[in-house]
Design a protein around this ligand. Structure first.
Ligand SMILES: Cc1ncc(COP(=O)(O)O)c(C=O)c1O
Length: 424
């Protein structure tokens, strides 16, 4: 199906229906950008949206709250509509707000109700540390000891999780589960549908950190019945550094009072009554707290236009072909030089990036930068490569592997000078 030639990569690019989107992004000069799962690139649409917001501030001052286009007062809800289609939820179940970690805090404050016999929070051994810190702090706030109140599902290989292990950990003492959609190190995609069904069958509330899955993988959170989710916009959504996060709250929880309340969580028609009695919005909007950070929301307006146009299914389809090609090349060209692949091979078990393993991953990433490829390193041994479907080409994937191979040859020679004969 593939071969290692440049012609093969060029043919894949020629057949790529999304190739035109690349021109709409600012690509770093002279470098191949493989770090879109850390910080996505700026699109022209996102730039225009920021300039438009600045212009409305310039022209309208405070009147921008109601007169700007898009209207500042309802921008979080407007963006929520675009996000809803990416995570498979209704608009009122989704809101653009805060940062990832703050959204997890808000969701825990709203949904986590420990009882004497059912108080544990289930997560996993590979959880992103900020999520764990947030969970621990909620337990402490409620006088619980994180050591006994957190169940962390182990990883059998240090990189991936087994859904059956997670299900086995869903005991009667577990009140709530927080799991990743895609694991931030290995890029493994969890079966969110299966895990949601298992949790619901046991009366456990379940939610997902979708930071590494939104914009890379289609979701059906509402149809699956997940209780909540939260994410950032600065990775695959290309929403800019520090860009606004998002959250999803299943409509069956719409009646709940926000755990952390503030006036922007009010019903929009009542907010400016400035009543001492809050009237919360119906749905995810109630989980807003204070004045939205409009300048960090503006890029997402432009970015979501691109997703609407391209379609998340098409983005996923190309992303799978890119990562397939990358893994195929890595197996042939890099495995003989000591690289292993941590990312599951099956399409339904991987997200948008590929994690390559090497004991000198940090040094290799530094050297790869010198070679004009921007990768990402996660200690101790992971080289993360994210060929973002909207702006990375197959030829760039091929070139990345070639440059990585050169870097590895130099590294191998440095570590094992006696091997030089074999590798040159
Ligand atoms: C999987 C995951 N969860 C949570 C976070 C924390 O996000 P934030 O700093 O936006 O709160 C990150 C940040 O990269 C992440 O990758």
């Amino acid at each position: 199906m593939f071969d290692t030639s440049r012609e093969c990569a060029q043919r894949l690019d020629a057949e790529d229906a999304l190739s035109g989107y690349r021109r709409r992004f600012y690509l770093p000069d002279g470098a191949i950008y493989m770090d879109g799962n850390s910080l996505g690139l700026l699109s022209r649409e996102a730039e225009t949206a920021v300039l438009r917001l600045l212009d409305s501030w310039k022209r309208l001052g405070v009147e921008g709250w109601l007169q700007a286009d898009p209207c500042w007062f309802t921008l979080a809800e407007e963006l929520g509509k675009g996000l809803a289609s990416l995570i498979g939820a209704a608009p009122e179940e989704t809101i653009a707000v805060n940062s990832t970690t703050v959204n997890l805090h808000q969701l825990l404050a709203t949904l986590y109700r420990p009882e004497p016999e059912r108080y544990q929070i289930l997560c996993d051994a590979l959880i992103f540390p900020s999520d764990l810190y947030a969970i621990e702090s909620h337990l402490r706030l409620r006088g619980l000891d994180p050591k006994t109140a957190i169940v962390r599902v182990r990883s059998r290989d240090g990189y991936t999780l087994e859904e059956s292990d997670i299900e086995a950990a869903m005991s009667g003492a577990v009140a709530l589960a927080v799991l990743p959609g895609v694991l931030y190190k290995s890029g493994q995609l969890l079966d969110m549908r299966r895990l949601t069904a298992a949790a619901r069958a046991r009366d456990i509330l379940i939610g997902f950190d979708c930071s590494h899955s939104i914009g890379a993988v289609p979701h059906q959170l509402s149809a699956w019945g997940a209780d909540f989710a939260f994410w950032c916009s600065y990775k695959y959504l290309n929403g800019g550094p520090g860009g606004v996060g998002g959250l999803y709250l299943n409509r069956r929880h719409a009646h709940r009072l926000p755990g952390l309340a503030g006036w922007f969580g009010s019903d929009k028609t009542r907010q400016f009554d400035l009543d001492m009695q809050m009237t919360p919005a119906q749905g995810a909007g109630a989980l807003q707290i204070g004045t939205p950070h409009l300048l960090s929301m503006a890029p997402l307006c432009g970015s979501l236009q691109i997703f609407q146009e391209a379609g998340i299914e098409a983005v996923r389809e190309k992303s799978l072909r890119l990562t397939d090609y990358l893994m195929w090349l890595a197996e042939r060209e890099l495995a003989p030089l000591g690289v292993r692949i941590a990312t599951p091979r099956a399409p339904n078990r991987r997200g948008g990036h590929v994690a390559l393993l090497h004991p000198e991953a940090m040094r290799i990433c530094m050297a790869l930068r010198e070679e004009g490829v921007i990768p990402d390193h996660r200690p101790p041994d992971i080289i993360r490569l994210a060929p973002a479907a909207l702006y990375v080409s197959f030829e760039e994937v091929r070139e990345t592997v070639q440059r990585l191979k050169r870097t590895l040859l130099v590294e191998t020679y440095r570590r094992f000078p006696q091997e030089r004969e074999k590798i040159t």
